[in-house]
Design a protein around this ligand. Structure first.
Ligand code: GDP
Length: 453
């Protein structure tokens, strides 16, 4: 395999930059571009040691640097790895990288260091994917979920299920292939019980998928309501900045304003929309159409009502519009006298929250309502869970095959057919962990990584 190099730190100016080199010639490449002070040779450096020296290009000094050497297999990739830490200037780091490329390394592709770690058995595929989740975590909950995955919680569970399936498969194979041997007869009820248990284990891996996905990717949320109920004020209160125009004049938000905000553990991808109401104004009408479409496409609708006024025809129209959506009713302006009657709202909304968007009151209750609606609790990020569509699909496929297996046992005892579907389940689990997987899938997984990781 070639020796690869890339800048592993962001493409920006900073205190430090790191150029990573990995492969069987990593040490030889480093030897040609780095001269340790004191005359020691890079080739003599042992794993997990550093040297202070200069990086150079054909003897021309580039920068004072630290070189760290990792010896195979005790490195991130499992290969020899040399990391040059230099001053974090864009030009400096690029020159050192160029010197490495001139001296035998080739440019690393996106995620290639982690891909090599996977190919060298340092990580299973779910753990490799977790590396990307760790990098892209925007908050504590996401980080905790990614750490679970990185520590191999999903892998271990999938592996245990896969081992149990293998035992059943080999039992069936022995019994059907060697009918004359003294092999214990297959016990259908025992296999049935075992498959049901394995199925439950796998089910637990996808049970929290949706809440996990919500925590990772955020919820597409539309704030809707008739004009002047305080949608823009709520939007600004959540986003912490004045992005939406707040005025007493009805109909001032004519298009959709978007922002990603954090509400406790949850990220909301917020859209503040034009006030939905009956209007003759053409431009405002277009804004309202867009608002209705935004609400239609949202995963969560925050329907805002003005607690200071009785419900109006526009409010009722809006309640009808969002009939099938996950929605929370927010009764705004709780700092003033409340005259709104809530019976109609109680019929439609399980969660009704009183807030004052102006004073920021009631936002904790809003967060709790979102969590309850999406069934987010401490389990959502502390138990082993599939963390992306690929993993979920593998587990779903395995569950489907197990279901077929269970019904084969219930309806007949055709062990050939059972063998085939259990083998399918096994394949799906091996695909999940990356133990049996096509090159195309591996390439697809790592194409989402950044260069240098
Ligand atoms: P939108 O048309 O629904 O976006 O409403 P705005 O956010 O523009 O607010 C309409 C008016 O209601 C403005 O004068 C806001 O200052 C006022 N308002 C918004 N939220 C509150 C609140 O919690 N309490 C009070 N008293 N006034 C509010």
């Amino acid at each position: 395999m070639s020796t690869i190099a890339a800048i592993s730190t962001p493409n920006a100016v900073g205190g430090l930059a790191v150029i990573r080199i990995s492969g069987e010639n990593a040490v030889a490449v480093a030897e040609k571009i780095f001269r340790p002070h004191g005359g020691k040779k890079v080739a003599e450096m042992r794993g997990y040691t550093c040297a202070y020296g200069i990086a150079h290009d054909d003897g021309e000094r580039i920068d004072d640097c630290i070189l760290t050497v990792f010896r195979a297999p005790h490195s991130y990739t499992g290969e020899d790895v040399c990391e040059v830490s230099c001053h974090g200037g864009l030009y400096v780091s690029k020159r050192i990288l160029r010197a490495a490329l001139k001296n035998g390394a080739v440019s690393a592709e996106a995620g290639e260091f982690t891909k090599r770690a996977f190919l060298n058995g340092k990580l299973d595929l779910t753990q490799a994917e977790a590396v990307m989740d760790v990098i892209s975590a925007r908050g504590e909950a996401e980080l905790r979920m990614a750490e679970q995955l990185r520590e191999g919680a999903t892998f271990k569970k999938a592996r245990a299920c896969s081992d149990r399936l293998l035992r059943i498969l080999s039992g069936i194979a022995a019994w059907t292939d060697y009918p004359d041997e003294d092999i214990p007869e297959i016990e259908p009820t025992a296999i049935h019980a075992e498959l049901t248990e394995i199925r439950a284990e796998l089910e637990s891996l996808v049970h929290n998928y949706d809440s996990g996905r919500i925590l990772r990717e955020g919820v597409a949320t539309a704030i809707i309501g008739r004009p002047n109920v305080g949608k823009s004020t709520l939007f600004n209160c959540l986003s912490g900045c004045e992005r939406s125009i707040v005025t007493d004049i009805a109909g001032t938000t004519r298009d959709v304003v978007e922002e990603t905000v954090r509400l406790g553990d949850i990220v909301l991808r917020l859209s503040d929309t034009a006030g939905i109401h009956d209007t003759e104004d053409l431009i405002e009408g277009i804004g309202i159409d867009i608002a209705e479409k935004t609400a239609e496409n949202a995963e969560l609708v925050i329907a805002v009502f003005d607690g200071n006024c009785p419900l109006s025809a526009d409010d009722l129209y809006l309640i009808n519009k969002i009939n099938n959506k996950k929605a929370i009713a927010v009764i705004n302006k709780s700092d003033r006298e409340q005259v709104i009657e809530t019976d109609v709202l109680k019929d439609r909304f399980v969660h009704i929250v009183y807030i004052s968007a102006k004073n920021g009151e009631g936002i904790d209750e809003l967060e709790n309502a979102v969590k309850a609606l999406f069934e987010i609790n401490s389990d959502s990020f502390s138990v082993a869970t599939a963390s992306n569509e690929r993993q979920k699909q593998c587990i779903d496929n395995a569950i489907r095959s197990l279901d077929e297996g269970i019904s084969i046992i219930e309806s007949s005892e055709m062990y050939d057919a059972l063998n085939v579907v259990l083998d399918d389940a096994e394949q799906s689990l091996l695909e999940l962990t990356g133990e049996r997987i096509t090159e195309a899938v591996v390439d697809e997984v790592f194409s989402h990584f950044c260069v240098g990781k």
